[in-house]
Design a protein around this ligand. Structure first.
Ligand code: ADE
Length: 385
């Protein structure tokens, strides 16, 4: 694989000369070239940037040096130009795998407010193009991102890693975070290695590792947890502040029926204002279901002591009875942190349909905790904790 770096800070790529490139180069797997972009400037100041058209803060990288560099380096249709930019698509392990199979990557490392957009347009005419971001934060330039992407990609190039199995087993390889790992001694500072790992029972070890990977992923990266397909289509995901307006309308629509089923009972969901909802939204784990752009279901939960307190389970009146509520309940239960040992929820004493659904899901009625309001609980199953 050939790697080129276009940058105004070639020294940034010194680390490439160390472990990574050294090893890969010796094995004949990598051919590395770092280029100072200023080589393709022609003015006295060797300037690569100018003020943005349309105004605004900062400077923008001029197109000419980039265009000349692509030409001088003979970048062609089999090559991939990687623009590292906070405005790119999120770089991940799947992308690393994809890039590890390409013959040549040319990293275009932008600085300042970015590169003139026509450079990307030109790049698309002559080569494959990827605009990639390391994450939702802004670095001072694309060099560190190019180094990080290089390391993630190069270690997947066949022949680079000594132990191919470790690439398969590590975090993100199967879409989950990796399970915790231990080595000798078996006991350290009063902490013991989990017994199952010392058992020699390979099936039990594999099952424990899988369960730990799922638990860790749910706890630290709920966005990575594979979501089940929804009855009737649509997507289930964590709520964002922009959902608040639709959530408020859906909540009112759903709790009007509750009011009829529970005459005389004060129902908070019907009395709170839009601002109240916006205030509680970030304080709860909230899942929403969207179908064809429309918000059609939601549920929220948070930890109260050791109980995962579930509430505001709602499905649009026209879509009830299709299994969406049950699915939301399962998913909000799965979002519980490790500290939760029970699930609890409240509903109206007169909301018999809700109670039937909760009982089918394993909840038991614990009695009326205030006039017209009943509590239901369910122990959290052990093995998933
Ligand atoms: N350049 C500046 N910020 C970046 C980021 N988050 N990812 C990739 N390149 C960048």
């Amino acid at each position: 694989m050939r790697l080129d770096y276009l940058t105004i800070f070639p020294d940034y790529f010194g680390p490439l000369e160390l472990s990574l490139a050294g090893k890969a180069r010796d094995k004949g797997l990598l051919d590395l070239h770092v280029h100072d972009l200023r080589k393709w400037t022609h003015d006295r100041h060797r300037s690569v940037d100018d003020t943005p058209y349309g105004g605004g803060a900062g400077m923008v990288m001029r197109p000419e040096p980039w265009g000349e560099a692509f030409e001088a380096l003979g970048v062609g249709e089999h090559d991939t130009i990687v623009f590292t930019t906070p405005a790119g698509a999120r770089f991940d392990q799947r992308k690393a795998e994809e890039l590890s199979g390409r013959p040549r990557l040319v990293f275009a490392c932008g600085r300042y407010e970015g590169i003139d957009e026509r450079v990307v347009q030109r790049a698309r005419e002559i080569a494959q193009v990827e605009e990639l971001s390391l994450g939702d934060y802004v670095l001072n330039g694309g060099e560190v991102a190019a180094l990080a992407i290089t390391e993630a990609v190069v270690r997947l190039v066949p022949g680079f890693m000594g132990n191919a199995a470790s690439v398969v087993e590590e975090s993100h390889a199967d879409g989950l975070l990796e399970h915790p790992v231990y080595t000798k001694p078996a006991s350290w500072q009063g902490r013991d290695v989990p017994e199952v790992l010392l058992s020699g029972d390979h099936a039990a070890i594999a099952a424990w590792r899988r369960a730990e990977a799922v638990r860790r992923t749910a706890e630290r990266r709920p966005d990575l947890v594979p979501r089940p397909s929804l009855p009737g289509g649509g997507e289930l995901r964590a709520a964002v502040p922009a959902d608040a307006g639709e959530l408020y309308v859906l909540q009112l629509a759903c709790w009007v029926q509750e009011m009829h089923d529970n005459p005389g009972v004060a129902i908070p969901a019907l009395h709170e204002s839009y601002d109240d909802l916006r205030a509680w939204l970030p304080e709860w784990t909230v899942l929403v279901v969207r179908r064809e752009g429309r918000l059609v279901g939601a549920a929220r939960a948070r930890l109260e002591g050791d109980a995962w307190d579930i509430g505001r389970l709602m499905v649009a009146p026209d879509l009830q009875g299709q299994g969406l509520g049950r699915l939301l309940l399962t998913e909000i239960e799965r979002s519980a942190p490790p500290a939760a040992t029970t699930y609890s929820l409240f509903t109206g004493a007169g909301s018999l349909r809700n109670q039937r659904m909760y009982k089918r899901a394993g909840y038991r009625l614990r009695g009326e905790i205030e006039p017209g309001v009943v509590l239901l609980t369910k122990p959290r199953p052990g093995p998933t904790r």
